[in-house]
Write a protein that binds this ligand. Structure first.
Ligand SMILES: *[C@@H]1O[C@H](CO)[C@@H](O)[C@H](O)[C@H]1NC(C)=O
Ligand SMILES: *[C@@H]1O[C@H](CO)[C@@H](O)[C@H](O)[C@H]1NC(C)=O
Ligand SMILES: *[C@@H]1O[C@H](CO)[C@@H](O)[C@H](O)[C@H]1NC(C)=O
Length: 321
């Protein structure tokens, strides 16, 4: 690693380096929990969120641990006055519903048991197109003729399909970080969510459209045998750790993400961060001095986003000279 005293001039970097050498920061609160669903029709989470902001375009994503065999075990359902299955998603590609119409992609995916899989389904009134993703890859798409917005009455039910009372539709697995976003996320965004990993907080980059949140779902009433269990993820880092740094950057009014997203472009991702590349980027981020000679990975980008959300694009603290 290049030792260049000039990099210590920026207070931002000094704090950054401090974070690097400190022992693991104190965890705040509890480790993230997943929801374990029982195996009967009496085991579910049912709630009635405001659908107005997702009714014209939405992406539903969750980490799903399938624990029972079968192609139609359903973890998400939404029922309204006119549609028994306004939305329905099963855990192995079988059910993908919008407005009681559906497409079956079970032959396009193989989902192992007792393993976490990232699953997403998106749809919008403007295209009528549903897109279904497993582990960040689109496995199928279908355009539906009924492009009416989602209805605002009705309820969401997690744990089975809420209608057929067919035992094969009971979920019986685990969910983690189920969020409903109010727009159609792009292929790249969904791939990024998958590759960031189930323990990342990548979903928070989309807080401006994250209208039905996992945090809320965890707070909803659990009916029957539904319990919070360890997800295997570590407790989140305390936010106060960043307090000092944020004060230094108080004059910045910046988007809380996206500046780092340039590193996810093909030109940079998985490349060696050479001096040459650094020069291209340097007008943005002096902080990257620290990473010269290393490979740019999604992990590094996630780290930068988490610890330096306000840095970049002219937002970085001017080095003292
Ligand atoms: C609750 O569901 C889990 C998962 O299916 C199962 O292992 C457990 O035995 C159930 N508990 C009761 C009390 O039914
Ligand atoms: C999803 O990824 C996990 C490993 O991260 C893998 O074990 C599993 O088979 C994958 N599932 C699908 C449907 O590709
Ligand atoms: C990146 O390139 C530099 C020199 O160009 C080299 O010393 C370093 O080992 C490379 N790092 C990786 C991770 O390939």
């Amino acid at each position: 690693m290049k030792l260049n005293t000039s990099i210590f001039r920026s207070r931002t970097i000094a704090v950054f380096l401090l974070l690097m050498v400190l022992p693991a920061p104190a965890a705040s609160g509890d480790t993230p929990k997943s929801l374990q669903f029982g195996r009967t029709f009496s085991d579910y989470v049912k709630f009635t969120p405001d659908m107005s902001r997702v009714k014209n375009a939405l992406t539903i994503c969750s980490w799903v641990k399938k624990m029972l065999s079968g192609d139609y075990r359903s973890w998400f359902s939404r029922t309204t006055g006119s549609h028994q299955y306004e939305l329905l998603i099963s855990d192995a590609g079988g059910f993908n519903y919008i407005h009681s119409d559906s497409v079956d992609f079970k032959d396009s995916v193989t989902v192992p048991l007792n393993t976490w899989t990232h699953q997403c389904q998106s749809w919008s009134t403007s295209t009528g197109q549903m897109r279904v993703y497993y582990n960040g890859t689109m496995i199928g798409t279908k355009t539906f003729s009924d492009r009416a917005p989602l209805e605002e009455d009705g309820y969401i039910l997690l744990g089975h399909d809420s209608g057929s009372q067919n035992e094969g539709d009971q979920f019986g697995g685990q969910l983690l970080k189920l969020n409903v976003f109010g727009r159609v996320l792009t292929d790249e965004e969904i791939a990024g969510m998958y590759s960031a990993g189930m323990c990342s907080e990548v979903e928070k980059n989309y807080d401006d459209v994250r209208f039905i949140t996992w945090e809320r779902i965890l707070s909803e009433t659990k009916t029957g045998n539904v319990s919070e269990v360890e997800s295997g993820c570590p407790a989140p880092v305390e936010e106060e750790e960043e307090g000092e740094e944020e004060e230094e950057e108080e004059e910045c009014v910046c988007p809380t993400h996206s500046m780092w997203d340039v590193l996810l472009e093909e030109k940079y991702l998985k490349q060696n961060l050479t001096e040459e590349k650094l020069t291209e980027l340097k007008s943005f981020w002096t902080i990257l001095d620290h990473f010269v000679g290393s490979t740019i990975t999604e992990g590094i980008v996630a780290h930068l986003k988490m610890f330096h959300p306000k840095v970049g694009g002219g937002c970085e603290t001017e080095p003292d000279s």
